[in-house]
Design a protein around this ligand. Structure first.
Ligand SMILES: [Zn+2]
Length: 352
């Protein structure tokens, strides 16, 4: 599935597109602006323009390079997304693990053409930056350029290993190979280390007008909201299309969470079937999101049970909450989400 087109930002596209086509685009850029304004989508569009065979103020959209970039399969367009912390012992294995985890997230984004905010525990670890460094040094696969996009760059985790991750990234930004463009995106540039900020050309990405948000909601959301619901969504988005997608993602997680809780209460046959029917947990962040959604559901249950003075339900809901939170805590380690869900459902059945 292709990525959804860029909505709005016409003057930015015109300016960056013509710079890319005429070879005047700086090699290290930082797109910054409020969350949900489409910075990563713009970075990918820019990557497509840089790789396009016949660009004209932007990607032509028809050549082989455009097609590959548009469905996230271009071998010279590398998108680094926040991931769970790699657990492997040595550095080489960690970089491999980071590559696999990033691959899982991208496979999911490829299948839907959209994405939500990554789980709060995900980051760009030293392993990811080492991988980026290695790719920057490689010859482009299709012979022209490489584009490296580092999304949510403020998730660069620099506490560990004496700023090693930041230093590795700095090296790439300082002297990118001539055939390489690096595009960082960040919600707040202030969250980046000053040393990184000083090596990139900043580009501010702002909100889009309400009529662009409305057009996106009508064309890209399924089901598309209409009438009062549409207007409410437009107001809530506040010029940020990503917010609409985020709400959609959260709603989806909440309904999946309810499904698991109901299935657990209905006995082994139901929860086993539900666990098997779950879509693959491509990104582990997704699984963490669903556990969080289960926590929210259970807390609401607690409030209701307390209101009804139902001591038995209160006790059962508390036990369930404890079990969900125990699984949530193991997520930093190499847990298999499907297996964890099956075990959790069995435990929840016992307390139901
Ligand atoms: Zn093209």
């Amino acid at each position: 599935m292709s990525l959804l087109p860029v909505y709005g930002h016409e003057s930015t596209l015109a300016r960056l597109g013509s710079a890319a086509v005429s070879g005047r685009l700086p090699q290290a850029l930082l797109l910054s602006g409020p969350p949900g304004t489409g910075k990563q989508r713009l970075a990918l569009w820019l990557g497509q323009a840089l790789l396009c065979q016949q660009p004209a103020r932007g990607p032509c959209g028809r050549c082989e390079d455009c097609r590959l970039a548009g469905n996230l399969t271009h071998p010279d367009l590398h998108w680094f997304v926040p991931i769970a912390r790699p657990k492997a012992g040595d550095a080489a294995k960690q970089a491999e693990e980071a590559r696999d985890l990033i691959g899982e997230v991208l496979a999911e984004r490829r299948s839907t053409g959209r994405w939500s905010r990554p789980d709060a525990t995900n980051g760009h670890w030293l392993a990811s930056v080492r991988l980026l460094q290695r790719i920057a040094a490689l010859t482009p696969y299709r012979g022209r350029r490489k584009v490296l996009v580092l999304g949510d760059a403020e998730r660069l985790v620099v506490q560990e290993a004496n700023l090693e991750a930041a230093n590795a990234l700095l090296k790439v930004l300082e002297e990118p190979p001539a055939d390489t463009t690096v595009i960082l995106t960040a919600g707040e540039p202030g969250a980046l280390l000053p040393t990184i900020r000083s090596r990139v050309v900043p580009i501010r990405i702002g909100r889009v007008p309400d009529d662009v948000v409305r057009r996106f909601a009508t064309e890209a959301l399924d089901p598309a909201p209409s009438g009062a619901a549409l207007e409410k969504a437009v107001v809530a988005a506040d010029g940020r299309i990503g917010r609409l997608v985020d709400v959609e993602g959260r709603t989806d997680l909440a309904s999946r969470a309810r499904g698991v809780l109901e299935a657990a209460a209905a006995g082994p046959a139901r929860w086993a079937e539900t666990a098997l029917r779950q879509p693959p947990w491509g990104a582990r962040g997704d699984f963490a999101g669903m556990l969080d959604a289960m926590t929210v559901e259970l807390r609401q249950g607690l409030v209701a049970a307390a209101g009804e003075h139902d001591a038995d339900r209160l006790r059962r809901t508390l036990s369930a909450l404890e079990r969900v939170e125990a699984v949530r805590e193991t997520l930093g380690t190499n847990v298999n989400p499907q297996l964890a869900l099956a075990v959790l459902a069995r435990d929840l059945e016992r307390v139901a």
